[in-house]
Structures are given as structure tokens and as C-alpha cells.
Design a binder for this molecule. Structure first.
Ligand SMILES: [Ca+2]
Ligand SMILES: [Ca+2]
Ligand SMILES: [Ca+2]
Ligand SMILES: [Ca+2]
Length: 473
């Protein structure tokens, strides 16, 4: 009877942890950056780091840029070429559609077999590793503002930029890691070093704030699926397959010079927030993770392994030419770029054979690229082109002093700064939602029937177009 009870108990444990799947077995270090979740449960205390052990439903925030956690697996995670899509482990976070908080991932093999992460870290090169905007060895120093309540935490980077991790009313505890919980962090200030990526972030249009998902290779980036934990997502498709979450291939590991290192196995993983950005009402961008699982070996799953990636354009651009950056990957490693065909949504935009974008007009713009002859290898980016120079109407009238008020607005707006003009309202997808003919400056424009959100108002026509941005509440 006792034997049977024990047997049932063991079966229960096995089914609870996913029939023998390997999860994190220990956390070696948790060194968060300041952030709205730090020093509070359940996301930002030392015990939060331990919540990652043995499953995928933990709660850990890394705070702002550079905050990190290091954990280990009991048995090495093998870089097994039989794994689905070449993927070796999956990290789960809490991203949402259009809200990613990308964390960089580093791996280490316990070469000297002492059970400690004192060997060499190798970065897993994700899609954004290759963008010119990515900065390696980026250093940020945070200063403790002190006090027993939330207040802004000043930061300074090694390039001379500075800013603050802003306190918000939803989180009232101090954001700087407190000495009682984090004795290894100086109570005055400390510096965190890592790889900084730019991301594609728009926090100027609440409530529709966006931090777009990176193509592949980052934590807290792809949402969770409903399949078995040990059967990974295919990171080379945008869709969520199998377990979802963020799939990682040890074969992406590079040394400091960016050369691939071909590791056979790893024991330690470091996840580190790679973004330094305010998230508007969502607070600073901070990577969260909830657990990590070793992928089950075994062939039998196939899928697309090629991916074309274009570096995101800023939300608004105003220059005449821009060097586009695009990369073709096979199993996450860049291959030489084959001939590319571009499709532009506006005839005033063109991309030449050196991937230089030229602009001779303004308005919403979408650019798509595909590998010549392979339309399924496809990527696209969107932006708004605004005239960077002072624009005059055909009558020589200056349009430089346009103003729109009130803004934000609910019911009625007014535009001044010109005599008479035709107005066209667009939503952010580029769809025309309203036209006003022969509008006289200062007159009422009723907007109560527009849905809340951001609109772009085109004022004038032809060579005299100017744009204003309206936030409808
Ligand atoms: Ca692999
Ligand atoms: Ca070691
Ligand atoms: Ca996928
Ligand atoms: Ca998150």
C-alpha cells in the first residue's frame, strides 16, 4: 500500500513538471536594474528569482536596461541538431501582442566543471544583433535617489547621455534595489554593462503604445502557445507554434568579435534587459521571465528555416535618403543577400540596388521587400514621412506657423496659421477617414464621431502639404 502511494506520488510529480522535462535547477545571481517592480512582490525580490526554478510560471522582472539573472541547468543543455528547428531551450516571459520587452540571452559551458559560472559568456546573436543601431558594451550608471517611497532614478550612460527611470503612481516603493534585499548592489550607485538594442517603440500614442516584437533571439518577446513546453516555437515564423515563448538555438552563440563559436552544450544562461526606454503609462521597459525549459530532442517537426528581416524605420522620418538595412537568415545565421525586390506604397518613394531609400513626398509609407523569385521570403516596415523643411504654399504663403487646438481633443478642434485649405484626416494605418474642403482658418471641425486614437491631418495639396498630428480622446 505504501509502495503504491509513493508510486502514485512520483507519477503526480512527473506529470506536474511535464513528464521529466528539464527546467532551471538553480539561480546563481539576480542583479536587477532599478524599475517599477523592483523591491516588491511578486516580480522584484530575491525570492522572485527562485520562482523560476522547476517550472515556467514564475515571476521575475529584470528592471531597466542591463538588469540580469543568471541560472543553471542540472544537466547540460545539448546543442542537438535533431532538435526541432535546431532549437535547444525556450524562455517564457509575459509579452503581449505589440508589447515586447526584449532581453538579450548569453550562454556559458561549465568548461572547468566547478559548477560555477566562471567560464566564458557567449551572446546569442538575435535578429537585431546585425543592425547598425545595436551597441555592444553599452554602460549605464544608476544613482540611488534615496528615500522610502518611489522617486525618479537618474541614469547616465558612457556616451554622456542621461535620463531618469520615472516613478509612476501604480508602484509606490523605491525603484532602486534596496541593500537589505540586494547587498551586492552599492547603496550609492552602480553600473550595468550589456548589449543595447533600439527596438521599435512608440509610447507617444496611448493607449495604443507599441513595442514591436523582434524577429527572433530575444526573451520576453514571443507570446506563449498552448502546446507542450518541450516542443518549441519555430522562431523563423511570426506565428506562435507549439509551446510558443522564445526559442533559442545554441548555434547562434558568438564571441566578442561576432564569430560563431559552435558550442556543443551549455550549463548556464544569462538573460539581460537590452532596452533603455520609457514605456509611457506602462512604466520603463523591463524584461520579465517566468521560466525556462530544455527542448526535447527528436526530429519529426519541419518548417520554414529562412527569414528576411528589415531594420525598423523610426515612427516618423523627414530626411530625403535613408540607408535601409536588411538581412537574410538561414537557421538564424546571416547568409549573403540575394537580389531583392522592393514594393513601395507611394510613388514618391524608391529603393535602389544599394538599398538606399529616396523620398520626394510625404505621408504614410509602407516598404516591402522580398527575395527575387521567392515571394514567401518577405518583410515590410512602415513609417510616416514628414517634410523636414519649411513648406510654402503655391501662393508663397508661409505655412510654418500652423497650429491645432485643443490637442488632445474630444469634440471640436481648430486649425490656424493659413487662410484656406483642404484638409484630409488619416488614421495611423493610412486610411482616409475625413475630408474638409475649403476650410477657413480658426473654424470649427467636429470630431466627436472619430474613434479615440491618433490621426494625421494633411493640410493643403501638391507641393504645399503639411501635416499635423491629432490625438482624439
Ligand atoms: Ca541547436
Ligand atoms: Ca565553471
Ligand atoms: Ca513562430
Ligand atoms: Ca514583459
Amino acid at each position: 500500500m505504501l509502495a503504491r502511494t509513493i508510486f502514485t506520488y512520483i507519477l503526480l510529480i512527473l506529470s506536474c513538471v511535464g513528464a521529466g522535462a528539464q527546467y532551471i535547477t538553480g539561480v546563481m545571481e539576480y542583479r536587477p536594474a532599478p524599475g517599477q517592480f523592483i523591491n516588491s512582490m511578486p516580480w522584484g525580490c530575491p525570492v522572485s528569482a527562485r520562482s523560476l526554478v522547476s517550472g515556467v510560471n514564475g515571476t521575475l522582472s529584470l528592471g531597466a536596461f542591463g538588469g540580469y539573472v543568471i541560472f543553471r541547468f542540472e544537466t547540460a543543455v545539448e546543442n542537438d541538431s535533431d532538435n526541432p528547428f535546431g532549437i535547444d531551450f525556450t524562455i517564457f516571459g509575459n509579452p503581449m501582442t505589440d508589447w515586447s520587452e526584449p532581453g538579450m540571452v548569453w550562454v556559458m559551458e561549465d568548461k572547468n566543471e566547478n559548477g560555477l559560472p566562471d567560464d566564458t559568456w557567449f551572446e546569442l546573436a538575435g535578429s537585431d544583433y546585425y543592425f547598425s543601431s545595436t551597441l555592444k558594451d553599452y554602460r549605464v550608471t544608476y544613482t540611488n535617489p534615496g528615500g522610502v517611497e518611489a522617486s525618479d532614478v537618474p541614469w547616465e550612460d558612457h556616451l554622456g547621455n542621461s535620463g531618469k527611470i520615472r516613478a509612476n503612481s501604480a508602484h509606490t516603493q523605491p525603484y532602486y534595489p534596496l541593500t537589505d534585499s540586494f547587498p551586492a548592489i552599492s547603496a550609492d550607485g552602480y553600473t550595468l554593462t550589456g548589449t543595447l538594442i533600439q527596438g521599435a517603440i512608440d509610447v507617444e500614442h496611448p493607449p495604443g503604445n507599441k513595442s514591436l516584437r523582434r524577429a527572433f533571439g530575444y526573451a520576453d518577446n514571443q507570446i506563449r502557445g498552448s502546446g507542450s513546453h518541450t516542443v518549441p516555437d519555430n522562431p523563423y515564423t511570426a506565428e506562435v507554434e507549439n509551446s510558443g515563448g522564445d526559442a533559442f538555438d545554441i548555434s547562434w552563440a558568438v564571441d566578442r568579435e561576432g564569430n560563431f563559436v559552435d558550442l556543443d552544450r551549455i550549463h548556464f544562461v544569462k538573460v539581460q534587459n537590452g532596452i533603455l526606454h520609457e514605456g509611457g503609462w506602462l512604466g520603463e521597459l523591463s524584461t520579465e521571465i517566468t521560466g525556462v525549459v530544455d527542448v526535447a530532442a527528436g526530429p519529426g517537426l519541419s518548417g520554414n528555416l529562412d527569414l528576411l528581416v528589415i531594420q525598423d524605420l523610426p515612427l516618423e522620418i523627414d530626411t530625403g535618403t535613408i540607408q535601409m538595412e536588411l538581412f537574410l537568415f538561414h537557421m538564424g545565421r546571416p547568409v549573403s543577400l540575394p537580389p531583392i525586390q522592393w514594393i513601395v506604397s507611394e510613388e514618391w518613394a524608391a529603393v535602389d540596388e544599394n538599398q538606399v531609400l529616396s523620398l520626394s513626398g510625404s505621408g504614410p509609407l509602407t516598404l516591402s521587400a522580398f527575395v527575387t523569385g521567392v515571394p514567401s521570403l518577405y518583410a515590410s516596415v512602415s513609417t510616416l514621412v514628414t517634410p523636414g523643411l519649411l513648406v510654402f504654399s503655391t501662393a508663397g504663403e508661409s505655412l510654418s506657423r500652423l497650429s491645432l487646438y485643443p490637442n488632445p481633443a474630444r469634440e471640436i478642434i481648430h486649425i490656424t496659421g493659413m487662410k484656406e485649405a483642404n484638409l484630409i484626416f488619416y488614421d495611423l494605418s493610412g486610411k482616409m477617414v475625413r475630408q474638409v474642403q475649403n476650410y477657413l482658418a480658426g473654424g470649427d471641425i467636429h470630431i466627436h464621431d472619430l474613434s479615440p486614437g491618433v490621426y494625421l491631418i494633411q493640410i493643403g495639396e501638391g507641393s504645399a502639404i503639411r501635416w499635423l498630428k491629432l490625438l482624439k480622446q
